[in-house]
Design a protein around this ligand. Sequence first.
Ligand SMILES: [Cu+2]
Length: 336
Amino acid sequence: MKSRFQGMRALATGVAAGAMTAFLGGAALAEDLVGQPTPGAIDLQPGVTPLRHDAIFFHNMILMPIITAITLFVAALLIWCIVRYNKRANPVPARWSHNTVVEVVWTLVPVLILVFISIFSFKLLFAYHDMPKPYMTVKATGYQWYWGYELPDQKIPEFVSNILPEDQAKAKGVPYRLAATEPLVVPVNKVVRVLVTGADVIHAFAVPSFGIITDAVPGRVNETWFKVEKVGTYYGQCRELCGVDHAFMPIEVRVVTQPEFDAWVASKGGGKPAPTPTTLSAAATPAGAPNAAAAGQPAAATAPENPAAPAAASTAKPAAPAATTTQPAPQAPAAH
Ligand SMILES: [Cu+2]
């Protein structure tokens, strides 16, 4: 199945390349930039993930030829009717109506076309849905108007990724409105799960060269994944109109080798996942205070300032375990 799919892909690529050459009159095509748009380019941004390759194949080799053929066919029919059956060419029109054969054909053919498209469409949808076992998880949160990235597996708390100001982008030679102050860094050839949510309004996490676009909806966590085949820097943008600075919250993903990734994790103060989750002892809850976690505060932040709290020791409920995604909480001192 796989080889047949690839064989079809090779065949379709050849046909499309021939058509493209004819269309452009043999003009030399400039090499597309990878990971960012190319000025004046035709076609989709080149892909660096399996999903993106399949999406490009689906668009360029399945959908485009079909819609082109349909458009040419309908245009030809129109022209034929206009030329052959106008008042001068055909002064006495035929009086018949209904033709069973034609009606069956114009019902059946579109159905068959849609069934053919759906085979490839569903295959692609399932591929998006069937994430392989992820190496790591990234939580991407959309804010008005920047992105926050958190790497719970590496114990890296959320950090903010803002747009890189124009003068700095120029100085560094990176694309303004695509480059970020703090890129998201991930290892090459590893499955990365992305959990996407919004903090205020709906945003969307989109990186064209990865072939992903996922809505960031407040109060809801959406999931997508990618596996990048090539080391490099890839850019994306918020893809849901989210307010006045919608165009100024770019996504920059830097894909690096595993040793470089480990070094980056270390530089961010991250590490390997801890074997047991951090919990707080009952004594950490100040007397009379409601559950610290419920109060919406990092529980551990207040604990060292209230070491005694003798009354609380017997009455307070054990505090909820700290959320697994927050920074490791310092151990609360013992009550006695
Ligand atoms: Cu946005």
